[in-house]
Design a protein. Structure first.
Length: 193
């Protein structure tokens, strides 16, 4: 059972964040792995600054503590509680990820033999993922496999489409989005205004 939304034990340690210099290193290493030099411009994606602080939002479907920047965390916990009131469970798959963590994902996929084009169709290049900002998270709900398009048929997705805007969460990657990123009904990002 998930405990998403419940504040976890106080001794959980926030994950490491990349400063601008560390992010530049991750971006450079990703270029070595084949990320095009003009990636940000052609995908209309910006380099993401990592937050100064992170707040735990509960555990994910694998039992790991997940984190968001404080304002997004508060908004998510309110949204999670509101969904529960309506009988909808929003489980977290992944929230904050640093640029160097994203680089690790890219490296592992390359080692498994995936082409850079295949990888960049589903993952943002290190430095450019909204997950770096601490404002984005991937959601699922019981009975649906995580990170699959079928999530769009879940009551949780219908609830999010109707209610998430009240909490300033928005779907980032709609079908045929201008970033060339696959449709991600599970990926929601908080905006400050
Ligand atoms: Zn995501």
């Amino acid at each position: 059972m998930t405990r998403a939304g419940r504040v976890p034990v106080a001794d959980a340690t926030a994950p490491a964040r990349c400063d601008a210099a560390q992010r530049a290193l991750a971006v450079a290493a990703a270029r070595e792995l084949g990320v095009p030099r003009d990636y940000g411009r052609t995908r209309a994606l910006r380099l993401q600054r990592e937050p100064r602080a992170l707040t735990p939002i509960g555990t994910d479907v694998h039992g790991r503590v997940q984190w968001l920047e404080p304002r997004a965390a508060r908004a998510f916990l309110r949204m999670h509680a509101s969904a529960l009131d309506d009988g909808v469970v929003l489980d977290v798959v992944s929230a904050f990820r640093s640029a160097s963590y994203q680089l690790g994902i890219l490296q592992r996929k390359r080692e498994r033999g995936e082409s850079i084009e295949q990888i960049l169709a589903v993952s943002a290049a290190p430095g450019y993922s909204e997950h770096h900002s601490g404002r984005a998270l991937d959601l699922t709900t019981p009975g649906y496999p995580a990170l699959e398009e079928a999530f769009e048929h879940s009551p949780a997705f219908a609830w999010l489409m109707r209610e998430a805007g009240r909490f300033r969460f928005h779907l980032s990657y709609a079908r045929d989005n201008r970033h060339g990123i696959a449709y991600e009904p599970w990926h929601w990002c908080w905006r400050s205004r």
